[in-house]
Ligand binder design. Sequence first.
Ligand code: IMP
Length: 437
Amino acid sequence: MQNQHTAVLGMQWGDEGKGKIVDHLAHDHQVIVRYQGGTNAGHTVVVGKKKFPLHLIPSGILYPEKTCVIGDGVVVNPLVLAEELEALDKRVGKRATLLIGSKAQLIMPWHIVRDGITGKKIGTTGRGIGPTYTDATARVGIRVMDLASKLRFSTMVAQYAVYNRELIEGLLRYYQIKPTAAEKTKIEQALTVDDIVRKYTDAWEKLKAFGIAAVDTSQTLDEADRAGKRILYEGAQATLLDITHGDYPFVTSSHPTVGGLFIGSGFRPRELTVIGVLKAYATRVGEGPFPTELTNRTGEILRERGHEYGTTTGRPRRCGWLDLVVGEYAVRINGVDGIAMTKLDILSGMKKLQLALAYRKGKVVMTRYPADQAVLEKVESQYVNMNGWRDDMTNKARAFSDLPKAAQKYVELVEEYLTVPVKYIGVGPGREELVRR
Ligand code: IMP
């Protein structure tokens, strides 16, 4: 019999507030694992008055007695990781042990250049995520383990710099882009072998000095499980951004859905509880369909109140009503066992609320999320209207019965529609501002 492990993953388009839920659940888990994505993620953990924006490091890092693992399915930029860790170490005394999967792919400078060219149409975060996964699949990637030998690493960098020069020149021609002098200099820098080797090996040495080690994550997790430890899997991005199950092509290049967890960690947890994080309203950054988007004043109110600006890029997020067609899809794809509804407090003070229960295209009503972008672009959301509430919940509500009656109804409707219990409700940004059921 294995231990009970937990996965926390996003049910919408990211930015659901997963960091807060992971931070809470980390209390009774000993190992926290990220299994996909890279520096495109942005988790903000708030402790007291301090805010910790994290991009690559798992949210459990603030617990000194825990082990955090960056799994093999994550794409790693050692320069960013070293910076992030340095900044964190300056602000917190002790932190968790951090391990990295030796099979994880490295984000190289040329990936960032290529993302700048090919990612525009999708509105990517520009961190080189897509091109790094592309090269992994094309078997021309460099992995964390390759940093162990300077000779091996520099040989690979030299070889792939030539390959990437050809690619970048081809892409610029294809997209009819004429780089400015400053852009040309950046491209040259991203292909300069000596410079890259020096920066990456320096960053790796720095990381080792911080106590970071490259490991076989499969073995680490298996041993943790055998030792009776509980593993918490931290998803980045979300279901609708999954490369296979999301709104292709407006997606990220990894698998934020539950399946990604097995590949990205190399360990199959037999006893797994899946917590789906669902923000009380919806947001999306970048391009792509968004049937409940509000382009009016209500959308602006949600953006301002919810501080809906990207943690990674600072871009304003598109905002809209909660969409339970999306919710049903995420429950199904991930086998969600329990929901964490976040940011319910942001809706306080709104007179009327709406929840989408179906879409309509002409005479056809759909209650299942359609995969075809051509259909999604044309659907109209079918809403149920609900009364809002005025009372403050951030300072007052710690139990479900403390919530205003209308807020309780809102949560109950979600539960009934999705037939999944809402186990956690976020009522404010702080660690304690959480209702458990
Ligand atoms: P990429 O992951 O940078 O390739 O971007 C692909 C798409 O995923 C874009 O629409 C991004 O805005 C979106 N995306 C990537 N990471 C996040 C995230 O952490 N939160 C929300 N959206 C994200």
